[in-house]
Ligand binder design. Structure first.
Ligand SMILES: NC(=O)c1ccc[n+]([C@@H]2O[C@H](COP(=O)([O-])OP(=O)(O)OC[C@H]3O[C@@H](n4cnc5c(N)ncnc54)[C@H](O)[C@@H]3O)[C@@H](O)[C@H]2O)c1
Length: 354
């Protein structure tokens, strides 16, 4: 345990990538996923108490950089996240992130953390939590199309939260599938590596698409989708970046996080602006139906919303005392007299010269 304190408002706990890995390993990946899912569930149920806005996105040829803020009135949180599908070619991640939690009363930050790993965990926990409400009862098998950075987290979340035991993998790059099979070899899954998307979806109760391409892609076509499946589509999350053929959307009941953002970024950007969708919090609070029959196709058009990051940040903050894996960051200027910021800087100069 490092030397640190959680109770000095001028020192901000900072969770580095190294700390995050230690926390995840100490608590266990599946325990973290189920823990975050509980925080997500609680926050989705009090959806109406949050500030909500579509994320602020800065697009370029290469990708996107986004800010994702929200507040429940007591705590404020935001995430900085990018999406650059070509990064992999130069040995970089497609998605990286960091985030902050602050106390609304003072505006002082109370947590600064890496969120690349935390985003993969929260995205997977969200997908599995949503599937609990929408997937066919007794679902055991899942097709996983796109076997990159998110994929193992998705698989483990669906195992621990839903009881998925059988995985059918497909990726255009066989090296991704190979990496997945190596990482998940001793996790108790029955894994089938497939050579086409069509083969991967055969017999699957749930279909997860987690591919990365900065263009309209058609990972799934209508003829591949049988009655009764739940589709967890998380890779289409930017204007001009989708994964599903429009005809699938016409046959599905579509569930979203926050409609104004999903209309811009999700699969439904292909549809008319008034195409019917249901927000998940309404299903979770009993205000709207989720799955109503065995033959219904349910689609989670997941783009990732700020409240999910807020839940993940809250979860992480609650693990700090117990694990001690963080360091104190000297991030808030703290002059003896709050008005004398300049004097503090000049005294530092005098101290340097001594
Ligand atoms: N909805 C959310 O909350 C959320 C959160 C994080 C990431 N994402 C998105 O999920 C996607 C996956 O993220 P990642 O970090 O795993 O990316 P990644 O680059 O690590 O992996 C993507 C994988 O998809 C494969 N792929 C690309 N095109 C394909 C195709 N046509 N068919 C099959 N496989 C294909 C690639 O070979 C790669 O292995 C990205 O689009 C990312 O933006 C969404």
């Amino acid at each position: 345990m490092k030397n640190n304190t959680l109770h000095n408002l001028n020192l901000v706990p900072f969770v580095s990538v190294d700390d995050m890995m230690k926390i995840v390993l100490e608590i266990g990946v599946e325990n973290v996923l189920t823990g975050i899912a509980e925080y997500l569930d609680a926050d989705f149920r009090r959806w109406e108490s949050f500030d909500k806005t579509p994320r602020v996105a800065s697009h370029s040829e290469a990708g996107v950089i986004e800010l994702m803020p929200t507040s429940d009135g007591d705590v404020y949180g935001f995430k900085y996240v990018n999406g650059h599908p070509d990064n992999m070619k130069t040995g970089r991640q497609t998605v990286t992130a960091f985030g902050v939690l602050s106390e609304v009363e003072t505006g002082y930050p109370v947590l600064l953390t890496e969120m690349t790993i935390l985003t993969a965990l929260r995205t997977a926990a969200t997908s599995a939590m949503v599937a609990k409400y929408l997937a066919p009862k007794g679902a055991r098998s899942m097709a996983l199309i796109g076997n990159g950075a998110q994929s193992e987290f998705q698989a483990l979340a669906f195992k621990s939260i839903l009881g998925i035991t059988d995985l059918r993998l497909y990726d255009i790059d066989p090296a991704s599938t190979k990496k997945f099979m190596h990482n998940m070899a001793d996790q108790g899954f029955a894994i089938t590596a497939c050579t086409t998307e069509q083969q991967a979806v055969e017999g699957a109760d749930i279909i997860t698409t987690a591919t990365a391409d900065k263009q309209y892609a058609t990972i799934l076509t209508d003829n591949m989708i049988g009655a009764g499946v739940h589709i967890n589509a998380i890779g289409g999350d930017c204007p001009g970046k989708t994964e599903l053929h429009r005809d699938i959307l016409l046959r599905s009941d579509i569930f979203v996080e926050y409609t104004p953002q999903t209309r811009i970024e999700g699969e439904i950007q292909q549809m008319d602006a008034d195409h019917p969708v249901t927000e998940l919090w309404q299903v979770m609070t009993g205000q709207a139906p989720g799955r109503t029959d065995d033959r219904q196709i349910t689609l989670f058009d997941g783009v990732g919303f700020a409240i999910e990051d807020f839940s993940a940040l809250r979860y992480l903050r609650d693990q700090l005392e117990r694990t001690g894996h963080f360091e104190d960051l000297d991030m808030i200027a703290d002059p003896d007299d709050p008005r004398d910021l300049y004097g503090m800087v000049m005294r530092a100069k005098a101290n340097q010269q001594e």
